[in-house]
Design a protein around this ligand. Structure first.
Ligand code: NDP
Length: 333
């Protein structure tokens, strides 16, 4: 068996040197436990927070211990009455080829209903983040203008499509022409902005949001958010989902600078974590599954192959290497 440990805490942008590999023995499952072979491993921006030792809503990873996150795998040995060998499961598991875990920490997933990878994306925490953050905090109304940052990423592209389904005018902000082309031409966003090449993001937004902004779903923070917040309409809503532009900074948050902007618009900015809605996950999965089945929701994945590619795939999130959900395929089902 093999696992990936946090070798040392990063300062600024992490590198491969923050990770080490270790060979370990496979622990045979005891009563109530199963042995799970990893198939797909999720890499996520929030993991950068866990690599630091600052207090947050989730415990930091420990140095010299295994990194963990969302994994979809296959049960290869079972000492549990309910989970059978061959069952496919989702769990928050170690970055290991094989994990020995109590069956109670796993949820069975159905590979017939959707591709297994989707349970780490559109039908998993990514989809739920988009659904609850946008619907419950964004409270979209028909005809309103919605702006999404990180719009070609995993969460952002789902938010934009839900917003279209709700009858909104939707503008996405993303980091390449290919990404902008994708969200507009494949996903039906009304317009997109490449924040890396646009001359003036503020001017571009004024042109694309003639009626102002009613909902701003913020995945990135920083200067992009500074610009969007200048367009807020009265009583706009801002689900604060993430702030990736600040995650690797060593000298504090980049902004946005909000106080007068919120005051002028009486906007509501509400941060959330998807776990806040845990009791309602079944409802969210049902709705996301229905939209997928009806063709009202599409998703995209960037799947990197190989256990030894996990750190690189993770680091690529901060370079914008992914379109949609970034996953690592570790083994064939
Ligand atoms: P993404 O698939 O969106 O991947 C990250 C993307 O962020 C990259 O593709 C890149 O796209 C963009 N990015 C990277 N650096 C910057 C930067 N400096 N400025 C602007 N954009 C940047 O990841 P997720 O969809 O998984 O997560 C999106 C956000 O949502 C993150 O901030 C994450 O922390 C947050 N999140 C929050 C959750 C919650 O419960 N609150 C749950 C899940 C995610 P580009 O090419 O456009 O730059």
């Amino acid at each position: 068996n093999e696992q990936i440990l946090l070798a040392k805490r990063p300062e600024g942008m992490p590198t491969e040197a923050n990770f080490t590999y270790e060979q370990i023995e496979v622990k045979p499952p005891q009563k109530g436990e199963v042995l799970v072979r990893s198939l797909y491993i999720s890499v996520d921006p929030y993991m950068r927070g866990r690599m630091s030792d600052q207090k947050s809503y989730v415990e930091p990873f420990k140095v010299d211990e295994v990194i963990s996150g969302g994994v979809v795998g296959e049960v290869v040995e079972s000492e549990d009455d309910e989970l059978q060998v061959g069952d496919k499961v989702f769990g928050m598991l170690g970055w290991r080829r094989l994990n020995t875990v109590p069956a109670s920490q796993l949820r069975k997933v159905d590979g017939e209903r959707a591709p297994l990878s989707a349970y780490l994306g559109a039908l998993g925490l990514t989809g739920l983040t988009a659904y609850f953050g946008f619907m419950e905090i964004g409270k979209p109304k028909k005809g309103e203008t919605v702006v999404v940052s990180g719009a070609a990423g995993a969460v952002g592209m789902i938010v934009g499509q839900i917003a279209k389904n709700q009858g909104a005018h939707v503008v996405g902000i993303a980091g390449s022409d290919e990404k902008v082309d994708y969200i507009v031409n494949e996903l039906g966003f009304d317009a997109g902005i490449n924040y890396k090449t646009v001359e003036n993001i503020q001017d571009a937004l004024f042109g694309l949001c003639p009626n102002g902004v009613d909902v701003y779903f913020d995945n990135v923070g920083g200067e992009i958010s500074d610009a969007v917040l200048n367009l807020l309409n009265s009583f706009a809503r801002i689900p604060l989902c993430g702030a990736i532009s600040s995650y690797n900074r060593t000298d504090g948050d980049l902004g946005p600078r909000v106080q007068t902007k919120l005051l002028k618009s009486r906007a509501l900015m509400q941060a959330f974590i998807v776990g806040d809605f845990a009791e309602r996950f079944p409802e969210g999965i049902k709705q996301l599954g229905a939209w997928l089945a009806e063709g009202k929701l599409k998703y995209e994945e960037t799947i990197t192959e190989g256990f030894d590619q996990i750190p690189e795939a993770f680091l690529g999130l901060f370079e914008g290497n992914n379109l949609g959900k970034q996953l690592v395929k570790v083994a064939d089902p």
